[in-house]
Design a protein around this ligand. Sequence first.
Ligand SMILES: CC(C)(COP(=O)(O)OP(=O)(O)OC[C@H]1O[C@@H](n2cnc3c(N)ncnc32)[C@H](O)[C@@H]1OP(=O)(O)O)[C@@H](O)C(=O)NCCC(=O)NCCS
Length: 137
Amino acid sequence: MRRGIDIRVDDRVLSAEYRALREAVGWRSVEATDAVLQGALDRTWSATARDQEGRLVGLVRLQDDAVLYASVWDMIVRPDFQQQGIGTKLLETVLDRTRSRHLVSLVATPAGIRMYRNAGFTEESRGSIPLVWRPGE
Ligand SMILES: CC(C)(COP(=O)(O)OP(=O)(O)OC[C@H]1O[C@@H](n2cnc3c(N)ncnc32)[C@H](O)[C@@H]1OP(=O)(O)O)[C@@H](O)C(=O)NCCC(=O)NCCS
């Protein structure tokens, strides 16, 4: 992985830096107020990648009950820091922490599919299928 990048677990991500990271990869903006968004961020745990000035350059967030189930959200690496192993390192870091869960799930964008497959994620679901509902669409 690129030098000078600090990987942190349980790092608190502020709403403003979260918004900036989403914007950097072209994801739609979050309409919630900063206070509401901060509450959402604080109800998950994160692994982050920060540069030497402490700027957020990568993130992955986990919804996790700490025993049975965890799901991976918001895997984002700033474009100017991509292709340098940061996403893979973030993923390894959160998978180390969730290895004892019964099931870890995620929804992969095309950009992430290869990285997740390399880490052992598969479409195999033993006859079950993942379904999503997007309220408001
Ligand atoms: C998906 C995403 C997080 C991957 O982050 P990343 O830091 O670029 O990931 P990595 O560098 O670990 O791996 C990506 C590629 O870089 C390669 N790579 C890893 N370390 C490298 C290094 N030191 N030098 C050059 N390339 C490297 C990997 O082999 C991989 O290549 P591959 O696509 O041929 O398999 C990033 O593309 C992103 O933020 N995309 C937009 C948001 C998004 O769609 N996120 C996924 C949500 S599910």
